[in-house]
Design a protein around this ligand. Structure first.
Ligand code: 13P
Ligand code: SF4
Length: 328
């Protein structure tokens, strides 16, 4: 009956053209959001794309820190985050100079190894304790933490970033699992913050054994936000887009996927002849799933929600991002 009316997809495409907008979507977004996006990628690819893209408006389907990075890199463009409260709990686990929240706010915490820095300390305090060591900030941080750090990294390049620095000791914030993974792959000493991603933290070694028993031919891919004891059991540890490249290049036909299940969409689409199994079906990031096609349409219609990093934070934060982006 109503089939003559434009669909939500058609409305988005029309407005996108009118407003010279580009839709960037993270690999964890809902299938239909990834499908309508101009670029889908991991955090590194999305930062690189945002920094070079020709458009007036960036609609970011992701979480807050990603849209902030786009705003830091593109001050002349309007940057919209499709859902106002799409945040990253891990990014909120570190603050520049006020104590972080109580540990009990973060379910799934387990005893950290001794070199993990105590939770009571702020970034300011840890920097005072190691004044000669640069801070490497995972992009999953707020703009002010980036501004107070020396260089940024993503899950795709943390080892390369650390190796690029002349210092023998570096401070790595906020993901302890990513930091421990990097520690495995560098001779340098890493002082690690004890934040974590609740989606990846919940995976246990038993999940890997169970999945391998169910799919004995499959290779296990794991994101470095998983615990070290899980990563040690994986065949390949890499970022989300690293998994896409690995699955495509591998001669294997089956894969167990140790990251947020949104990645399944591209894995299956780009490799229709291969099979992909979630390491755990509950690896779902509620914040990444907040964005729907309705949020994208509203963003284009109503300019929701503008992300604008103030200049006094943007300029030093951009230096940290630029140092990372300069590495090839
Ligand atoms: P990547 O896509 O960069 O691997 O990041 C994962 C992530 O957790 C983003 O929130
Ligand atoms: Fe943050 Fe984890 Fe969600 Fe990524 S998957 S946005 S790290 S909570």
């Amino acid at each position: 009956m109503l089939s003559h009316l434009p669909s939500i997809r058609e409305k988005i495409l029309k407005l996108k053209q009118e407003r010279r907008a580009i839709i960037l979507a993270h690999n964890y977004q809902r299938d239909e959001v990834q499908e309508i996006a101009d670029f889908t990628g991991d955090s590194l690819e999305l930062s690189r794309t945002a920094s070079t893209i020709d458009c007036d408006l960036i609609v970011f389907a992701g979480v807050n820190f990603m849209a902030e990075s786009a705003s830091i890199l593109c001050p002349d463009k309007t940057v919209l985050l499709t859902e106002a409260d799409a945040g990253c709990p891990m990014a909120d686990m570190i603050h520049v100079d006020s104590p972080r929240r109580e540990r009990k706010s973060f379910p799934g915490f387990h005893n950290p190894p001794p070199y993990i820095y105590p939770k009571e300390f702020t970034l300011k305090a840890i920097k005072e304790q190691y004044p000669k060591s640069p801070v490497v900030a995972y992009v999953n941080t707020t703009a002010d933490v980036k501004a107070d750090s020396y260089i940024c990294c993503t899950s795709a390049n943390i080892v390369q970033v650390i190796e690029s620095l002349p210092d023998e000791t570096v401070i790595s914030v906020p993901d302890r699992n990513l930091s421990m993974w990097a520690q495995r792959n560098t001779q340098k000493k890493i002082i690690a913050w004890d934040g974590f991603c609740h989606v990846h933290e919940r995976v246990r070694p038993e999940d890997v054994s169970k999945a391998r028993n169910e799919h004995p031919q499959a290779l296990v891919m794991a994101h470095p936000e998983c615990r070290l004891e899980v990563l040690e059991l994986a065949d390949h540890v890499t970022s989300t887009s690293g998994m896409l490249r690995f699955a495509k290049a591998s001669s294997a036909k089956e894969f167990i996927v140790g990251t947020e299940i949104g990645l399944m969409y591209r894995l299956k689409k780009e490799n229709p002849e291969k099979e992909f199994y979630a390491l755990r079906k509950d690896m779902i990031c509620p914040n990444m799933k907040k964005t729907t096609l309705g949020s994208v349409l509203r963003a284009l219609r109503e300019n929701t929600y503008i992300i604008k990093v103030p200049e006094e934070i943007r300029i030093p934060a951009k230096k940290s991002l630029d140092r990372m982006l300069a590495l090839r």
